[in-house]
Design a protein around this ligand. Structure first.
Ligand code: HEC
Length: 134
C-alpha cells in the first residue's frame, strides 16, 4: 500500500476511536462528577453537618456554598493554610469584623461550644476536600 493511503487509513481509524470515546462521554452519568452536594455525607461528618446547617448555613449556605449574607467556604481563602481551625473557633465564638468581603460583620454564634465546633470544622474540611480546595 502507498504510504499516503496508509496514513489516511490510520487517521480514519484515529477519528473513529475519537468519536467513539466522545459518545461514551455524552452518556456518562453526570451525577458521577464529585461535588459537595451530590455526594452523600459520610456518617462521621453528619453530626457536624447538622450543627453547620442549623448554625452557619443561614449565611454560609448549605454545603458551604455561600449566600448573599455570607461567604462560601469552598473558596481557597478558607483552606487550612489560609484559615486554620483556630480561625473557625474564633469566628464562631467572637464573631468576625468584615475584612475579606462585602457581606458585613459576622456576629458571634450563640450556643457554640468547642465540641460542636470540632464537628462543624471537620464537616467543613470534608466539603472543602470534596470541592478540591485541599
Ligand atoms: C449572620 C450570618 C453568619 C452566620 C450565622 C455565620 N457566619 Fe461566618 N461569616 C459571616 C460573614 C459575613 C463573614 C465574612 C467576614 C469577612 O468579610 O471576612 C464570615 C466569616 C467567617 C469566617 C472567616 C473568619 C476569618 O478569620 O476571616 C469563618 C471561619 C466563619 N465565618 C465561620 C462560621 C461558622 C463556623 C459559623 C457557624 C457556627 C458561621 N460562620 C456562622 C456571616 C455569618
Amino acid at each position: 500500500m502507498h504510504w499516503v493511503v496508509k496514513t489516511g487509513l490510520f487517521l480514519l481509524i484515529l477519528l473513529a476511536i475519537g468519536c467513539e470515546s466522545k459518545n461514551s462521554d455524552a452518556t456518562a452519568d453526570p451525577s458521577a462528577t464529585p461535588t459537595a452536594s451530590a455526594v452523600t455525607v459520610p456518617p462521621q461528618f453528619q453530626k457536624g453537618e447538622a450543627a453547620f446547617n442549623s448554625n452557619c448555613a443561614v449565611c454560609h449556605g448549605i454545603g458551604g456554598v455561600g449566600t448573599d449574607t455570607g461567604p462560601p467556604f469552598l473558596d481557597r481563602v478558607y483552606e487550612p493554610n489560609h484559615h486554620g481551625d483556630q480561625a473557625f473557633y474564633r469566628a464562631a465564638m467572637q464573631g468576625v469584623r468584615a475584612h475579606h468581603w462585602k457581606f458585613g460583620n459576622m456576629p458571634p454564634v450563640e450556643g457554640m461550644t468547642k465540641d460542636l465546633m470540632v464537628d462543624i470544622i471537620s464537616y467543613i474540611r470534608w466539603t472543602q476536600r470534596q470541592a478540591g480546595i485541599h
